[in-house]
Design a binder for this molecule. Structure first.
Ligand code: FMN
Length: 176
């Protein structure tokens, strides 16, 4: 499959069977993230993998309704960064998230981005504080996002090329 076909097939998958993720597949997803480019090659990221079912259920509470898919996920991959390493850590970590998301889809697994930065947990904490406390992450690390990964129960239909909004492309000048 060429890359454009993969990009069309990629969807946010939120329905999983609850089965664990095979070790070799998880390793490929992590490698896809860790091979990402980063500003000045600073690689500010740190990844925390959660596979324990009780912990996954607890992690659902990191958001007010936007992380329910973790209940039946095979794992969660939390992407933290050390902002002292670079001022473009959010960009760097977004690429890590995106590459892992794509890798999961290419392996036939479902995954979904769960926003961590600038979001609130079900208690009065921020999503970042909640995750840091639950997973004992040192204070200097900030949370970008969480990737839920699961064995797909239901994959939404692929995107079509017609959905690409070509009117957002401006040739030479921003003509109306
Ligand atoms: C920055 C970002 C934050 C997102 N946050 C969440 C989230 O917190 N929970 C969720 O279920 N989906 C989240 N998504 C997934 C989007 O809802 C999804 O990409 C969008 O609806 C388009 O659907 P598609 O990915 O299937 O093409 C996020 C996606 C991005 C890129």
């Amino acid at each position: 499959m060429d890359l454009l076909e993969m990009l069309k097939h990629r969807r946010s998958v939120r329905e999983y069977t609850g089965a664990p993720i095979p070790k070799e597949q998880l390793e490929k997803i992590l490698a896809a993230g860790l091979l990402s480019p980063s500003g000045r090659s600073r690689k500010p990221w740190e990844l925390v993998i959660v596979q324990n079912r009780d912990m996954l259920k607890e992690l659902v509470k990191c958001r007010e309704g936007a992380a329910n898919m973790l209940e039946k996920a095979g794992c969660a991959i939390l992407v933290f960064a050390d902002p002292e390493k670079t001022d473009v850590w959010t960009e760097d970590c977004s690429i890590v998230m995106s590459n892992m998301h794509l890798m999961a889809d290419s392996l036939g697994l479902g995954s979904c981005w769960i926003q961590g930065r600038l979001r609130k947990a079900q208690n009065s904490m921020t999503t970042e504080e909640f995750c840091r406390q639950l997973l004992q992450v040192p204070k200097r690390y900030q949370l970008e996002a969480i990737l839920s990964v699961g064995v797909t129960e239901k994959h939404p239909d692929p995107h079509s090329l017609e959905e690409a909004e070509l009117n957002k492309v401006h040739n030479e000048i921003w003509e109306q």
